[in-house]
Design a protein around this ligand. Sequence first.
Ligand code: ATP
Ligand code: MG
Length: 183
Amino acid sequence: MKLTRLRLLGFKSFVEPTDFVIEPGLTGVVGPNGCGKSNLVEALRWVMGENSHRNLRAAEMEDVIFGGSGSRPARNMAEVVLTVENRDRTAPAVFNDVDTLEISRRIERERGSNYRINSREVRARDVQLIFADASTGARSPAMVRQGQIAELIAAKPQARRRILEEAAGISGLHSRRHEAELR
Ligand code: ATP
Ligand code: MG
């Protein structure tokens, strides 16, 4: 799977429709403080199914909707659309008949959010599952939050070890060993 395009509308500071085409190779996003670099990564995590508003630096989930500025009124809706290329058929097998997945998440004030894959309404879980085995996804160790490295350095050894074990994919082994020792 390849992420090829990210479109934002009314998400955090991206009040105007914004379209990012992700070319092959390494992509860098640069800009002055406060220009929206972290918001962009949060949009990616949000459309992949992040369900904790705290992980998106929002007091509640609706706060991802553009909240207004000196010159523009607040919006009532935010939408993020992620295009994923599936020509290598590495998405879950139910999508084997399509080359491209268009995953969208939309939130409206007081109405919550909904997800669509290629225009069909789906559950959050269906979207999360697409990324579950691909070392991507909203909670994967591949997404490193701003400040997370500093947290890692400052963390107590036990907590740091948990993070490293999760990244190495052995936390499941640990819980199984713990179960075996209890028997
Ligand atoms: P830095 O280089 O400091 O990490 P950054 O490029 O990562 O900056 P972001 O944190 O992505 O910047 O963007 C912060 C800006 O987004 C702030 O100006 C903040 O007011 C704005 N912002 C965040 N949420 C919303 C919202 N819901 N509505 C409007 N603006 C928002
Ligand atoms: Mg930032």
